[in-house]
Ligand binder design. Structure first.
Ligand SMILES: [Cu+2]
Length: 141
């Protein structure tokens, strides 16, 4: 026969299991909620760095130097003033070149640089003459 004490004991066990299971559920559900917003923020932050979007030109870095490394121009969009000279330096172990409507360089090797003086205002897209997938832009203001 099942006594009243047995019923109390099994009720206690049942409630204990429900509480623990609920706690585990909340723990894993909660950690998911904390992880997802972080990933969304990362995605948002990585978009401006891709460059060449009209909206990102205003936030593009200024300066006079572009580094070529790992088959990419850095910064991909550079803002300068009319009359400024831009210098590209190749840090890759293979040669690259600069190809655009107003400036074309010969291929240059690791550690070497080429320079070009931009006189006219405008946005100048360029690529590597050897690797057309490498793109960059000089914005002359
Ligand atoms: Cu190249």
């Amino acid at each position: 026969m099942i006594s009243t004490d047995d019923i109390k004991f099994y009720s206690f066990i049942a409630i204990f299991v429900i509480v623990v299971a609920g706690g585990v559920y909340l723990y894993f559900g909660g950690s998911k909620n904390f992880t997802q917003p972080k990933q969304e923020v990362k995605t948002t932050q990585s978009q401006p760095a891709q460059g060449n979007q009209p909206g990102t030109v205003a936030s593009a870095p200024t300066g006079s130097s572009v580094t070529i490394k790992n088959f990419a121009f850095s910064p991909s969009v550079l803002r300068i003033k009319a009359g400024d000279t831009v210098t590209w330096t190749n840090q890759d172990s293979i040669p690259h070149s600069i190809k655009s409507t107003i400036f074309n360089s010969s291929p240059f090797n690791q550690g070497n640089s080429v320079s070009f003086k931009f006189e006219q205002k405008g946005a100048y897209d360029y690529t590597c003459g050897i690797h057309p997938a490498m793109t960059g832009q000089i914005v002359v203001e």
